[in-house]
Ligand binder design. Structure first.
Ligand code: GDG
Length: 483
Protein backbone atom coordinates (compact mmCIF):
# COMPACT_ATOMS: atom_id res chain seq x y z
CA UNK A 1 0.00 0.00 0.00
CA UNK A 2 1.42 3.38 -0.88
CA UNK A 3 1.92 5.91 1.83
CA UNK A 4 -0.02 9.12 1.70
CA UNK A 5 2.12 12.24 1.97
CA UNK A 6 -0.90 14.36 2.60
CA UNK A 7 -1.32 16.21 5.84
CA UNK A 8 -4.29 15.52 8.08
CA UNK A 9 -5.82 18.55 9.72
CA UNK A 10 -8.33 17.82 12.46
CA UNK A 11 -10.61 20.66 13.47
CA UNK A 12 -12.83 20.72 16.55
CA UNK A 13 -14.39 23.33 18.78
CA UNK A 14 -12.00 22.46 21.63
CA UNK A 15 -8.38 21.41 21.31
CA UNK A 16 -7.67 18.01 22.89
CA UNK A 17 -5.89 19.59 25.87
CA UNK A 18 -6.71 21.08 29.24
CA UNK A 19 -5.15 24.44 30.16
CA UNK A 20 -4.34 24.98 33.82
CA UNK A 21 -3.44 28.44 35.10
CA UNK A 22 -0.20 28.47 37.10
CA UNK A 23 0.35 31.97 38.53
CA UNK A 24 0.77 34.23 35.47
CA UNK A 25 1.38 31.32 33.14
CA UNK A 26 -0.41 28.23 31.84
CA UNK A 27 0.28 24.53 31.94
CA UNK A 28 -0.90 22.39 29.04
CA UNK A 29 -2.18 18.92 29.94
CA UNK A 30 -3.08 16.26 27.36
CA UNK A 31 -6.77 15.68 26.72
CA UNK A 32 -8.40 12.33 27.32
CA UNK A 33 -10.90 10.36 25.28
CA UNK A 34 -10.99 7.96 22.37
CA UNK A 35 -10.78 10.53 19.60
CA UNK A 36 -7.45 11.92 20.72
CA UNK A 37 -6.10 8.43 21.52
CA UNK A 38 -6.92 7.26 17.99
CA UNK A 39 -5.91 10.39 16.12
CA UNK A 40 -2.77 11.47 18.00
CA UNK A 41 -0.57 8.68 16.54
CA UNK A 42 -1.87 9.42 13.02
CA UNK A 43 -1.11 13.11 13.37
CA UNK A 44 2.27 12.38 14.95
CA UNK A 45 3.40 9.87 12.34
CA UNK A 46 2.46 11.82 9.26
CA UNK A 47 2.80 15.33 10.61
CA UNK A 48 -0.53 16.94 11.16
CA UNK A 49 -2.41 19.66 12.89
CA UNK A 50 -5.27 19.98 15.34
CA UNK A 51 -7.07 23.29 15.20
CA UNK A 52 -9.44 24.42 17.94
CA UNK A 53 -10.25 26.74 20.79
CA UNK A 54 -8.32 26.37 24.05
CA UNK A 55 -11.24 27.23 26.32
CA UNK A 56 -9.57 30.52 27.39
CA UNK A 57 -11.08 33.85 26.41
CA UNK A 58 -9.93 37.43 25.94
CA UNK A 59 -6.35 38.45 25.33
CA UNK A 60 -4.74 35.34 26.75
CA UNK A 61 -2.07 34.24 24.27
CA UNK A 62 -1.34 30.59 24.83
CA UNK A 63 0.13 29.73 21.43
CA UNK A 64 3.70 29.76 22.82
CA UNK A 65 2.68 27.16 25.43
CA UNK A 66 0.95 25.12 22.74
CA UNK A 67 4.09 25.23 20.57
CA UNK A 68 6.15 23.79 23.41
CA UNK A 69 3.52 21.09 23.93
CA UNK A 70 3.32 20.43 20.15
CA UNK A 71 7.06 19.67 19.98
CA UNK A 72 6.56 16.92 22.57
CA UNK A 73 3.29 15.64 21.08
CA UNK A 74 4.74 15.48 17.55
CA UNK A 75 1.89 17.38 15.87
CA UNK A 76 0.80 20.99 15.85
CA UNK A 77 -1.85 22.39 18.11
CA UNK A 78 -3.22 25.59 16.66
CA UNK A 79 -5.40 27.84 18.81
CA UNK A 80 -8.35 29.77 17.45
CA UNK A 81 -8.73 32.62 19.96
CA UNK A 82 -12.29 33.59 20.88
CA UNK A 83 -13.54 36.72 22.62
CA UNK A 84 -15.95 36.56 25.55
CA UNK A 85 -18.77 37.76 23.22
CA UNK A 86 -17.98 35.03 20.70
CA UNK A 87 -18.01 32.38 23.41
CA UNK A 88 -21.41 33.63 24.51
CA UNK A 89 -22.89 33.88 21.02
CA UNK A 90 -21.32 31.00 19.12
CA UNK A 91 -20.65 28.46 21.87
CA UNK A 92 -23.09 29.00 24.73
CA UNK A 93 -25.73 30.50 22.44
CA UNK A 94 -25.88 28.89 19.01
CA UNK A 95 -24.14 25.60 19.81
CA UNK A 96 -25.59 24.87 23.24
CA UNK A 97 -28.92 26.72 23.26
CA UNK A 98 -29.99 26.12 19.65
CA UNK A 99 -28.34 23.13 17.98
CA UNK A 100 -27.79 20.90 21.03
CA UNK A 101 -31.43 20.96 22.28
CA UNK A 102 -32.96 20.94 18.77
CA UNK A 103 -30.87 18.01 17.55
CA UNK A 104 -31.81 16.12 20.73
CA UNK A 105 -35.53 16.65 19.89
CA UNK A 106 -35.99 19.19 22.72
CA UNK A 107 -37.12 22.16 20.67
CA UNK A 108 -38.94 23.76 23.61
CA UNK A 109 -35.54 24.37 25.22
CA UNK A 110 -34.21 26.28 22.19
CA UNK A 111 -33.43 29.98 22.22
CA UNK A 112 -33.52 31.02 18.56
CA UNK A 113 -31.80 34.37 19.08
CA UNK A 114 -30.68 35.70 15.64
CA UNK A 115 -27.55 37.21 17.24
CA UNK A 116 -26.38 33.68 18.11
CA UNK A 117 -26.43 32.67 14.45
CA UNK A 118 -24.43 35.75 13.43
CA UNK A 119 -21.82 34.96 16.03
CA UNK A 120 -21.69 31.31 14.89
CA UNK A 121 -21.07 32.46 11.28
CA UNK A 122 -18.34 34.84 12.42
CA UNK A 123 -16.55 32.14 14.42
CA UNK A 124 -16.84 29.60 11.59
CA UNK A 125 -15.14 32.18 9.33
CA UNK A 126 -12.40 32.46 11.93
CA UNK A 127 -11.92 28.70 11.98
CA UNK A 128 -11.86 28.66 8.16
CA UNK A 129 -9.06 31.27 8.14
CA UNK A 130 -7.09 29.15 10.60
CA UNK A 131 -7.58 26.06 8.41
CA UNK A 132 -6.49 27.98 5.30
CA UNK A 133 -3.38 29.35 7.04
CA UNK A 134 -2.39 25.99 8.36
CA UNK A 135 -2.88 23.83 5.27
CA UNK A 136 -2.49 23.72 1.52
CA UNK A 137 -4.86 22.36 -1.13
CA UNK A 138 -3.50 18.84 -0.73
CA UNK A 139 -4.43 18.53 2.93
CA UNK A 140 -7.27 16.42 4.29
CA UNK A 141 -9.38 18.50 6.62
CA UNK A 142 -11.55 16.59 9.07
CA UNK A 143 -14.04 18.79 10.92
CA UNK A 144 -15.71 17.51 14.10
CA UNK A 145 -19.21 18.24 15.29
CA UNK A 146 -22.09 20.67 15.34
CA UNK A 147 -20.20 23.81 16.32
CA UNK A 148 -18.49 23.92 12.92
CA UNK A 149 -21.13 22.95 10.34
CA UNK A 150 -20.23 26.07 8.32
CA UNK A 151 -16.47 25.36 8.11
CA UNK A 152 -16.40 24.15 4.47
CA UNK A 153 -18.89 26.84 3.40
CA UNK A 154 -16.73 29.53 5.05
CA UNK A 155 -13.60 28.20 3.32
CA UNK A 156 -15.41 28.49 -0.01
CA UNK A 157 -16.48 32.05 0.82
CA UNK A 158 -12.84 32.85 1.40
CA UNK A 159 -11.93 31.24 -1.96
CA UNK A 160 -9.98 28.36 -0.46
CA UNK A 161 -10.26 24.85 -1.85
CA UNK A 162 -9.77 21.97 0.57
CA UNK A 163 -10.92 18.36 0.77
CA UNK A 164 -13.17 18.50 3.81
CA UNK A 165 -14.92 15.77 5.77
CA UNK A 166 -17.36 16.40 8.60
CA UNK A 167 -18.54 14.12 11.39
CA UNK A 168 -21.59 14.88 13.52
CA UNK A 169 -21.24 13.39 17.02
CA UNK A 170 -24.83 14.17 18.04
CA UNK A 171 -28.06 12.94 16.43
CA UNK A 172 -29.51 14.57 13.30
CA UNK A 173 -33.22 15.23 13.91
CA UNK A 174 -36.12 14.22 11.66
CA UNK A 175 -37.50 16.88 9.25
CA UNK A 176 -40.49 17.91 11.41
CA UNK A 177 -38.02 19.00 14.11
CA UNK A 178 -35.18 20.26 11.90
CA UNK A 179 -37.56 22.48 9.91
CA UNK A 180 -38.22 24.53 13.06
CA UNK A 181 -34.70 25.92 12.83
CA UNK A 182 -34.88 29.49 11.47
CA UNK A 183 -31.56 28.89 9.65
CA UNK A 184 -32.45 25.44 8.31
CA UNK A 185 -31.68 26.31 4.69
CA UNK A 186 -28.29 27.83 5.55
CA UNK A 187 -27.29 24.80 7.63
CA UNK A 188 -28.22 22.32 4.89
CA UNK A 189 -26.46 24.42 2.22
CA UNK A 190 -23.37 24.60 4.45
CA UNK A 191 -23.28 20.85 5.07
CA UNK A 192 -23.57 20.23 1.33
CA UNK A 193 -20.21 22.01 0.90
CA UNK A 194 -18.32 19.15 2.57
CA UNK A 195 -17.01 16.24 0.51
CA UNK A 196 -18.15 13.72 3.10
CA UNK A 197 -20.67 14.09 5.90
CA UNK A 198 -20.67 11.30 8.49
CA UNK A 199 -23.35 10.45 11.04
CA UNK A 200 -23.47 8.05 13.97
CA UNK A 201 -26.35 5.90 12.71
CA UNK A 202 -28.32 5.05 9.63
CA UNK A 203 -31.32 6.79 11.23
CA UNK A 204 -29.40 10.10 11.51
CA UNK A 205 -28.30 9.79 7.91
CA UNK A 206 -31.87 9.10 6.78
CA UNK A 207 -33.08 12.20 8.65
CA UNK A 208 -30.40 14.32 6.97
CA UNK A 209 -31.15 12.95 3.51
CA UNK A 210 -34.86 13.69 4.02
CA UNK A 211 -34.09 17.27 5.05
CA UNK A 212 -31.86 17.70 1.98
CA UNK A 213 -34.74 16.37 -0.15
CA UNK A 214 -37.08 19.03 1.27
CA UNK A 215 -34.72 21.98 1.20
CA UNK A 216 -32.71 21.17 -1.94
CA UNK A 217 -35.16 19.25 -4.17
CA UNK A 218 -32.64 19.38 -7.04
CA UNK A 219 -30.27 17.10 -5.09
CA UNK A 220 -30.29 13.47 -6.25
CA UNK A 221 -29.48 10.50 -4.05
CA UNK A 222 -27.68 7.46 -5.44
CA UNK A 223 -25.98 4.31 -4.19
CA UNK A 224 -26.65 2.09 -1.21
CA UNK A 225 -24.77 0.75 1.78
CA UNK A 226 -22.72 2.54 4.40
CA UNK A 227 -21.86 5.50 2.16
CA UNK A 228 -24.22 6.95 -0.46
CA UNK A 229 -23.92 9.94 -2.81
CA UNK A 230 -25.88 13.14 -3.10
CA UNK A 231 -25.41 14.94 -6.41
CA UNK A 232 -26.40 18.54 -7.11
CA UNK A 233 -25.01 21.32 -9.32
CA UNK A 234 -22.27 19.05 -10.70
CA UNK A 235 -21.04 18.39 -7.19
CA UNK A 236 -20.96 15.11 -5.35
CA UNK A 237 -21.32 14.86 -1.59
CA UNK A 238 -20.84 11.51 0.10
CA UNK A 239 -22.98 10.75 3.13
CA UNK A 240 -22.33 7.84 5.46
CA UNK A 241 -22.81 6.44 8.93
CA UNK A 242 -19.82 5.65 11.10
CA UNK A 243 -20.76 4.62 14.66
CA UNK A 244 -18.03 6.01 16.91
CA UNK A 245 -16.47 3.74 19.49
CA UNK A 246 -13.79 3.35 22.12
CA UNK A 247 -10.30 1.91 22.34
CA UNK A 248 -11.73 -1.45 23.45
CA UNK A 249 -8.38 -2.99 24.27
CA UNK A 250 -7.24 -0.02 26.33
CA UNK A 251 -10.37 -0.20 28.52
CA UNK A 252 -10.24 -3.97 28.77
CA UNK A 253 -6.58 -3.89 29.83
CA UNK A 254 -7.16 -1.04 32.26
CA UNK A 255 -9.98 -2.95 33.95
CA UNK A 256 -7.61 -5.88 34.50
CA UNK A 257 -4.81 -3.91 36.14
CA UNK A 258 -4.02 -4.39 39.81
CA UNK A 259 -4.98 -0.75 40.53
CA UNK A 260 -8.45 -1.22 39.01
CA UNK A 261 -8.90 -4.58 40.75
CA UNK A 262 -7.93 -3.08 44.14
CA UNK A 263 -10.17 -0.07 43.67
CA UNK A 264 -13.04 -2.31 42.58
CA UNK A 265 -12.50 -4.48 45.63
CA UNK A 266 -12.63 -1.42 47.91
CA UNK A 267 -15.84 -0.18 46.28
CA UNK A 268 -17.43 -3.60 46.55
CA UNK A 269 -16.49 -3.90 50.22
CA UNK A 270 -17.68 -0.35 50.97
CA UNK A 271 -21.08 -1.24 49.50
CA UNK A 272 -21.11 -4.39 51.64
CA UNK A 273 -21.04 -6.59 48.55
CA UNK A 274 -24.52 -5.51 47.48
CA UNK A 275 -25.48 -5.58 43.81
CA UNK A 276 -24.63 -2.27 42.14
CA UNK A 277 -26.32 -0.62 39.20
CA UNK A 278 -24.26 2.12 37.56
CA UNK A 279 -25.29 5.33 35.84
CA UNK A 280 -22.53 7.71 34.62
CA UNK A 281 -23.35 10.82 32.65
CA UNK A 282 -22.43 14.44 32.10
CA UNK A 283 -25.03 16.70 33.68
CA UNK A 284 -27.29 17.13 30.68
CA UNK A 285 -31.04 17.06 30.12
CA UNK A 286 -30.54 14.68 27.18
CA UNK A 287 -29.18 11.95 29.46
CA UNK A 288 -32.55 11.17 31.11
CA UNK A 289 -31.27 11.20 34.71
CA UNK A 290 -34.56 12.30 36.38
CA UNK A 291 -36.49 9.67 34.41
CA UNK A 292 -33.94 7.06 35.54
CA UNK A 293 -34.38 8.00 39.20
CA UNK A 294 -38.14 7.83 38.74
CA UNK A 295 -37.66 4.32 37.33
CA UNK A 296 -35.68 3.37 40.45
CA UNK A 297 -38.52 4.65 42.62
CA UNK A 298 -40.89 2.46 40.61
CA UNK A 299 -38.50 -0.51 40.93
CA UNK A 300 -38.40 -0.31 44.74
CA UNK A 301 -42.15 0.08 44.97
CA UNK A 302 -43.09 -2.62 42.43
CA UNK A 303 -40.44 -5.19 43.42
CA UNK A 304 -39.98 -4.90 47.23
CA UNK A 305 -37.65 -7.93 47.24
CA UNK A 306 -34.86 -5.85 45.64
CA UNK A 307 -34.81 -3.40 48.55
CA UNK A 308 -31.61 -3.66 50.57
CA UNK A 309 -30.11 -5.76 47.77
CA UNK A 310 -29.78 -3.42 44.80
CA UNK A 311 -28.33 0.11 44.85
CA UNK A 312 -27.86 2.63 42.08
CA UNK A 313 -24.56 4.53 41.96
CA UNK A 314 -25.26 7.60 39.87
CA UNK A 315 -22.18 9.56 38.80
CA UNK A 316 -22.99 13.00 37.42
CA UNK A 317 -20.09 14.87 35.85
CA UNK A 318 -20.41 18.68 36.12
CA UNK A 319 -20.96 20.20 32.68
CA UNK A 320 -21.98 23.55 31.12
CA UNK A 321 -22.61 24.97 34.58
CA UNK A 322 -22.97 28.53 33.29
CA UNK A 323 -25.85 27.68 30.94
CA UNK A 324 -29.32 28.43 32.15
CA UNK A 325 -31.36 25.32 32.84
CA UNK A 326 -28.42 23.09 33.79
CA UNK A 327 -28.43 24.35 37.42
CA UNK A 328 -32.17 23.65 37.67
CA UNK A 329 -31.61 20.16 36.31
CA UNK A 330 -29.02 19.52 39.03
CA UNK A 331 -31.40 20.68 41.77
CA UNK A 332 -34.16 18.51 40.36
CA UNK A 333 -31.92 15.43 40.32
CA UNK A 334 -30.79 16.10 43.88
CA UNK A 335 -34.30 16.48 45.18
CA UNK A 336 -35.41 13.27 43.43
CA UNK A 337 -32.46 11.34 44.89
CA UNK A 338 -33.41 12.63 48.35
CA UNK A 339 -37.00 11.55 47.80
CA UNK A 340 -36.05 7.95 46.94
CA UNK A 341 -33.49 7.75 49.72
CA UNK A 342 -35.87 9.31 52.24
CA UNK A 343 -38.53 6.79 51.35
CA UNK A 344 -36.55 3.55 51.14
CA UNK A 345 -33.22 3.85 53.06
CA UNK A 346 -32.70 1.38 55.88
CA UNK A 347 -29.96 1.30 58.52
CA UNK A 348 -26.88 0.19 56.55
CA UNK A 349 -28.50 0.52 53.09
CA UNK A 350 -29.09 3.51 50.81
CA UNK A 351 -30.91 2.98 47.48
CA UNK A 352 -29.15 5.72 45.47
CA UNK A 353 -25.56 6.89 45.91
CA UNK A 354 -25.13 10.17 44.11
CA UNK A 355 -21.67 11.45 43.13
CA UNK A 356 -21.54 14.93 41.59
CA UNK A 357 -17.93 15.14 40.44
CA UNK A 358 -15.46 14.02 37.80
CA UNK A 359 -13.87 10.71 38.78
CA UNK A 360 -10.40 9.68 37.67
CA UNK A 361 -10.32 7.27 34.74
CA UNK A 362 -9.18 4.48 37.16
CA UNK A 363 -12.06 5.12 39.56
CA UNK A 364 -14.58 5.12 36.73
CA UNK A 365 -13.18 1.85 35.40
CA UNK A 366 -13.38 0.36 38.92
CA UNK A 367 -17.09 1.27 39.06
CA UNK A 368 -17.61 -0.26 35.61
CA UNK A 369 -15.94 -3.41 36.88
CA UNK A 370 -18.01 -3.67 40.06
CA UNK A 371 -21.42 -2.83 38.58
CA UNK A 372 -23.57 -5.88 37.82
CA UNK A 373 -25.91 -3.74 35.73
CA UNK A 374 -25.30 -0.54 33.72
CA UNK A 375 -28.32 1.70 33.36
CA UNK A 376 -27.76 3.87 30.27
CA UNK A 377 -31.03 5.60 29.53
CA UNK A 378 -30.57 8.85 27.58
CA UNK A 379 -33.70 10.40 26.08
CA UNK A 380 -31.59 10.85 22.93
CA UNK A 381 -27.85 10.41 22.39
CA UNK A 382 -25.60 10.45 19.33
CA UNK A 383 -23.88 7.23 20.39
CA UNK A 384 -23.13 6.95 24.16
CA UNK A 385 -19.66 5.72 24.94
CA UNK A 386 -20.40 4.85 28.57
CA UNK A 387 -22.41 1.85 27.31
CA UNK A 388 -19.43 0.59 25.30
CA UNK A 389 -16.86 1.32 28.03
CA UNK A 390 -18.94 -0.62 30.56
CA UNK A 391 -18.91 -3.72 28.36
CA UNK A 392 -15.17 -3.47 27.66
CA UNK A 393 -14.47 -3.25 31.41
CA UNK A 394 -16.72 -6.14 32.40
CA UNK A 395 -14.26 -8.69 33.75
CA UNK A 396 -16.87 -11.17 35.01
CA UNK A 397 -18.46 -11.67 31.59
CA UNK A 398 -21.84 -11.40 33.33
CA UNK A 399 -22.62 -7.70 33.37
CA UNK A 400 -26.01 -6.65 31.98
CA UNK A 401 -26.45 -3.52 29.88
CA UNK A 402 -29.85 -1.83 30.08
CA UNK A 403 -29.82 0.62 27.18
CA UNK A 404 -32.12 3.29 25.83
CA UNK A 405 -33.43 2.58 22.36
CA UNK A 406 -32.79 6.28 21.65
CA UNK A 407 -29.02 6.05 22.14
CA UNK A 408 -27.14 5.66 18.85
CA UNK A 409 -25.41 2.66 20.46
CA UNK A 410 -28.72 0.74 20.44
CA UNK A 411 -28.44 0.18 16.68
CA UNK A 412 -25.25 -1.86 17.19
CA UNK A 413 -25.90 -3.33 20.63
CA UNK A 414 -29.56 -4.37 20.39
CA UNK A 415 -28.81 -8.09 20.35
CA UNK A 416 -26.91 -8.07 23.64
CA UNK A 417 -28.48 -5.24 25.64
CA UNK A 418 -31.91 -5.03 27.24
CA UNK A 419 -33.42 -2.16 25.25
CA UNK A 420 -35.80 0.23 27.00
CA UNK A 421 -37.82 3.34 26.29
CA UNK A 422 -36.40 5.80 28.87
CA UNK A 423 -39.75 7.63 29.14
CA UNK A 424 -41.45 4.40 30.19
CA UNK A 425 -40.40 4.27 33.85
CA UNK A 426 -42.29 1.02 34.46
CA UNK A 427 -40.57 -0.58 31.47
CA UNK A 428 -37.16 0.53 32.76
CA UNK A 429 -37.95 -0.79 36.25
CA UNK A 430 -39.04 -4.11 34.71
CA UNK A 431 -35.82 -4.32 32.67
CA UNK A 432 -33.68 -3.72 35.77
CA UNK A 433 -35.62 -6.43 37.57
CA UNK A 434 -35.15 -8.74 34.61
CA UNK A 435 -31.39 -8.07 34.71
CA UNK A 436 -31.44 -8.83 38.45
CA UNK A 437 -33.11 -12.24 38.02
CA UNK A 438 -31.39 -13.16 34.74
CA UNK A 439 -29.61 -16.54 34.69
CA UNK A 440 -25.85 -16.77 34.29
CA UNK A 441 -26.02 -18.36 30.83
CA UNK A 442 -28.16 -15.60 29.36
CA UNK A 443 -25.98 -12.92 30.95
CA UNK A 444 -22.84 -14.48 29.50
CA UNK A 445 -24.34 -14.93 26.04
CA UNK A 446 -25.53 -11.34 25.92
CA UNK A 447 -22.25 -9.89 27.18
CA UNK A 448 -20.29 -11.99 24.73
CA UNK A 449 -22.35 -10.55 21.85
CA UNK A 450 -21.80 -7.02 23.13
CA UNK A 451 -18.04 -7.43 23.50
CA UNK A 452 -17.65 -9.06 20.10
CA UNK A 453 -19.23 -6.15 18.31
CA UNK A 454 -17.49 -3.41 20.33
CA UNK A 455 -14.10 -5.11 19.93
CA UNK A 456 -14.58 -5.43 16.17
CA UNK A 457 -15.88 -1.91 15.54
CA UNK A 458 -13.53 0.00 17.82
CA UNK A 459 -12.25 3.57 17.56
CA UNK A 460 -9.52 2.55 15.07
CA UNK A 461 -12.16 1.02 12.80
CA UNK A 462 -14.08 4.31 13.06
CA UNK A 463 -11.12 6.50 12.08
CA UNK A 464 -10.14 4.10 9.34
CA UNK A 465 -13.57 3.83 7.76
CA UNK A 466 -14.10 7.61 7.82
CA UNK A 467 -10.69 8.35 6.31
CA UNK A 468 -11.28 5.71 3.68
CA UNK A 469 -14.70 7.04 2.72
CA UNK A 470 -13.67 10.68 2.85
CA UNK A 471 -10.22 10.73 1.43
CA UNK A 472 -9.68 7.28 -0.07
CA UNK A 473 -6.91 6.70 2.41
CA UNK A 474 -6.61 4.41 5.42
CA UNK A 475 -5.08 4.65 8.85
CA UNK A 476 -2.07 2.63 7.74
CA UNK A 477 -1.40 5.03 4.87
CA UNK A 478 -0.69 7.68 7.47
CA UNK A 479 1.71 5.56 9.46
CA UNK A 480 5.40 5.83 8.68
CA UNK A 481 6.09 2.17 9.15
CA UNK A 482 3.62 1.10 6.45
CA UNK A 483 4.82 0.21 2.99
C1 GDG B 1 -20.92 13.22 22.73
C2 GDG B 1 -22.30 12.71 22.31
C3 GDG B 1 -21.24 10.54 21.64
C4 GDG B 1 -18.13 9.98 32.27
N1 GDG B 1 -18.00 10.14 33.61
C5 GDG B 1 -16.69 10.31 33.87
C6 GDG B 1 -16.00 10.25 32.66
N2 GDG B 1 -16.89 10.06 31.70
C7 GDG B 1 -16.55 9.92 30.27
C8 GDG B 1 -16.91 8.55 29.78
C9 GDG B 1 -17.15 8.77 28.30
C10 GDG B 1 -17.51 10.26 28.22
O1 GDG B 1 -17.29 10.82 29.50
C11 GDG B 1 -18.98 10.47 27.91
O2 GDG B 1 -19.20 10.12 26.57
P1 GDG B 1 -20.66 9.90 25.99
O3 GDG B 1 -20.54 9.32 24.63
O4 GDG B 1 -21.41 9.02 26.91
O5 GDG B 1 -21.38 11.32 26.00
P2 GDG B 1 -21.07 12.88 25.55
O6 GDG B 1 -20.08 13.51 26.44
O7 GDG B 1 -22.41 13.53 25.54
O8 GDG B 1 -20.48 12.81 24.05
C12 GDG B 1 -22.35 11.19 22.47
C13 GDG B 1 -19.89 11.19 21.92
O9 GDG B 1 -19.96 12.61 21.80
C14 GDG B 1 -18.81 10.69 20.97
O10 GDG B 1 -19.19 10.88 19.64
O11 GDG B 1 -21.16 9.18 21.98
O12 GDG B 1 -23.60 10.70 22.03
O13 GDG B 1 -23.33 13.33 23.09
O14 GDG B 1 -15.98 8.56 27.55
O15 GDG B 1 -15.80 7.71 30.06
N3 GDG B 1 -14.66 10.33 32.57
C15 GDG B 1 -13.96 10.51 33.74
N4 GDG B 1 -14.60 10.62 34.96
C16 GDG B 1 -15.94 10.53 35.06
O16 GDG B 1 -16.48 10.64 36.16
N5 GDG B 1 -12.62 10.57 33.70
Amino acid sequence: MSKSSKRLVVVSNRLPIALKKQGDSFEVHPGKGGLVTALAPVLRDRGGDWIGWTGATGDVDVQAHLDTYSRKAGYNLVAVPLSQEQVQGYYQGFSNEVIWPLFHDLQTLCNFDPAFFQSYLEVNQKFASAIANQSDEDAYVWVQDYHLMHAAWSLKQQNHKRRCGFFLHIPFPPPDIFLKLPWRKQIIEALLEFDLVGFQTVRDRRNFVQCVGLLRPDAKLSGRGQVVSVNYEQRELRVGYFPISIDFKEFQDLARTRVAADLAHQVHAAFRRRILILGADRLDYSKGIPERIQAMLTLYSKYPEVREKLSLVQIVVPSREDILGYKDKKLKIESMVSEVNGKYSQPGWVPIHYLYRNLSREELVAYYRVAAIALVTPLKDGMNLVAKEYCACDVSGQGVLVLSEFAGAAAQLQRGALLVNPHDVEGVADAVYRAYVMGTDEKQTRMHKLKTIIRKYDIYWWVDSFLNAGFGTRLDDFRQDSV
